[in-house]
Ligand binder design. Structure first.
Ligand code: NDP
Ligand code: OXD
Length: 313
């Protein structure tokens, strides 16, 4: 069976090499070269050229090489075929590393200590323990759950918010728009691991940030977003930082990417910026799993990582 590899925004070569090495018995086609559209049965893609997948008459399934499918679903010509996304411990652990790093960075007052170091200042600051700090995770899916478990192990008071209630022992669970305000009111460090959908676009707004408490153990709230840039309203975040509504933020995702060199976020002393690297998809980590998924799908098995085009994730 022939698999088309269509990747934009990442280097396709290492993916093609890995698919060819591990895809025994498969014909692997590079979408940048001429090919017979009728020969393609599966497509493994990241931000494929809009219109490409709609031109493949015998396509059986689409395998998105990342966890988020917003870019793929933005193609209005996308054919009505099953779409699968990455659910893989390699990607999940990478995200949990990044989220834990950012939570600890703000909670342990690293921006203040780095500023003091530049001034050669030896000045211990009062330090709350993790058990006094309330982390709230928006998006309790594959990534949110793993981060929650690690942060609880570190001692933080963790709550999760999702569309449907997602119970994890030891964690307070909030669900739906009716419970969003209660969730925000108990959150000192807000972590966003939501997908970008019609319902979530622009959710990280001034109105939402204003609901985070000012009287927590850290003296004010922090925002960490690794979901998608379209979730956040950058002007609102900057305003919230400048008027003290927000004490600091870590952002891995932007809309558009890359973040414009002129953005005031770059130079803001209480902003941490990483260039959409919190959980990289890597060929070494993921291709074997994608090939196994394709084989399972061919064998008629139901895969748990199929997305729902109605909800958009
Ligand atoms: P999942 O689909 O497993 O989880 C999504 C979670 O968001 C679910 O808990 C879901 O609720 C919740 N959710 C969706 N819509 C809403 C809504 N309207 N209101 C409340 N909750 C909602 O996704 P993953 O955890 O695997 O990934 C999450 C996102 O992380 C990806 O979509 C992607 O955008 C981003 N990502 C970013 C990366 C990076 O490098 N920066 C890398 C990988 C992913 P419910 O449980 O009820 O379905
Ligand atoms: C993803 C990403 O969705 O890397 O996997 O952003």
């Amino acid at each position: 069976m022939t698999i088309l590899i269509a990747i934009q925004g990442w280097k396709p070569e290492p993916w093609l090499e890995r698919f060819r090495r591990l895809g025994t018995g498969r014909t692997i086609i590079d979408a940048r070269e001429p090919f017979d559209p009728a020969a393609i049965r599966f497509a493994a893609v990241w931000k494929p050229q809009p219109g490409l997948l709609g031109r493949l008459p015998n396509l059986k399934g689409i395998f998105n090489l990342g966890a988020g499918v917003d870019a793929l679903l933005a193609d209005t010509t996308l054919p009505d075929r099953p779409i699968f996304r990455i659910v893989n411990p390699d990607l999940t652990k990478r995200m949990t590393e990044w989220v834990s790093l950012q939570v600890l960075y703000h909670m342990r007052q690293m921006p203040a200590y780095l500023a003091q170091q530049r001034e050669r200042l030896w000045r211990p600051l009062p330090q709350p323990g993790a058990h006094e700090v309330r982390v709230g995770i928006m998006g309790m899916g594959v990534l949110g759950r793993d981060s929650a478990e690690v942060l609880m192990r570190l001692g933080f008071q963790v709550a999760g918010w999702s569309r449907s209630r997602q119970a994890i022992p030891g964690m307070d669970s909030f669900a739906g728009s009716d419970e969003l305000s209660a969730f925000l009111a108990r959150t000192d460090i807000l972590v966003s691991l939501l997908p970008l959908t019609e319902d979530t676009r622009g959710i990280l707004s001034r109105d939402l940030l204003a609901q985070l408490p000012q009287n927590g153990a850290l003296g004010g709230p922090f925002l960490i977003n690794a979901g998608r840039g379209g979730l956040q309203v950058e002007a609102d975040i900057l305003a919230a930082l400048d008027d003290g509504t927000l004490l600091g933020t870590s952002l891995d995702v932007f809309d558009p990417e890359p973040l414009a060199p002129t953005s005031p976020l770059w130079a803001h002393p209480r902003v941490v910026i990483t260039p959409h690297v919190s959980a990289d998809s890597t060929p070494d980590g993921l291709v074997a799993g994608v090939l196994a998924d394709i084989a399972a799908f061919e064998a008629g098995k139901t895969l748990p990582n199929q997305i729902d085009r109605n909800t958009g994730y």
